[in-house]
Ligand binder design. Structure first.
Ligand SMILES: C[S@@+](CC[C@H](N)C(=O)[O-])C[C@H]1O[C@@H](n2cnc3c(N)ncnc32)[C@H](O)[C@@H]1O
Length: 216
């Protein structure tokens, strides 16, 4: 396991216990995402954490593979899925996997070999160590015209404050790798990987950017 995955596994129980910071913004993110999904869609989620969003969205699509490279996060997601199965509320097409985007097991197969209908990534892109490679990988995983839906924390406008704070926290093992992005650099990075941006929003204000992009 990489050091970064170890960090996320170490904090996974605390992450699961923390309440969602801005419920209204979270609900808006889900609602806007659902608008773009269809009942026959095959969806891949990257950096799914403890599976909260996957459990909320999966009912809207045919299959939903939720992935994260931190085993601790997926362990909690699996516990939640088992609970839902026990109550008969689990969506049959929902599955969790310890994997990053480059893992061969996330490649769509069978009648979906042309690619996923949508790839989702919430609170994730600012944490990726090779962001350009990641955009290219998402592009390859999507079918032509497929959707890339993300929400990303952009800290660049206050990097003077956040960069040193995060650096100190990283030294004591209290922060993961963080990429300082702005709305503009985030959107440029997505466009550069051959996507057309079709919707943006700020949920929550002022630093989280919701982006829906279509594979060209
Ligand atoms: C801030 S949490 C967000 C979790 C969830 N998407 C949410 O919105 O609550 C970031 C997640 O991304 C995962 N992650 C970070 N880098 C990753 C990578 N390269 N591959 C897969 N997962 C990664 C972490 O393990 C963590 O669960």
């Amino acid at each position: 396991m990489t050091q970064n995955a170890q960090f996320w596994t170490r904090i996974s129980r605390k992450y699961a216990a923390d309440p969602i910071k801005d419920e209204a913004a979270y609900e808006k993110t889900l609602a806007r995402t659902i608008e773009h999904l269809g009942p026959d869609d095959a969806v891949l989620e990257l950096g799914c954490g403890t599976g909260t969003t996957a459990m909320r969205l999966a009912d809207n699509v045919r299959s939903y593979l939720a992935t994260d490279f931190a085993g601790g996060m997926i362990e909690i997601a699996e516990e939640r899925l088992a609970d839902a199965r026990g109550q008969g509320t689990a969506h049959e097409g929902l599955g969790f996997l310890v994997a990053d985007a480059f893992d061969e097991r996330v490649v769509p197969a069978g009648d979906r070999a042309a690619g996923y209908d949508a790839v989702l990534a919430y609170n994730f892109l600012h944490l990726v160590e090779e962001p350009d490679e990641l955009q290219a990988r998402v592009h390859a995983l999507l079918k032509p015209g497929g959707l890339y839906i993300s929400k990303t924390v952009c800290l660049k406008d206050r990097a003077w404050l956040f960069a040193p704070l995060i650096a100190i926290m990283q030294l004591i093992g209290k922060a993961p790798y963080v990429n300082m992005l702005s709305f503009r650099s985030l959107e440029e990075m997505i466009r550069k990987a051959d996507f057309e941006i079709i919707e943006t929003g700020n949920y929550p204000e002022p630093r989280s950017r919701f982006v829906v992009a279509r594979k060209l």
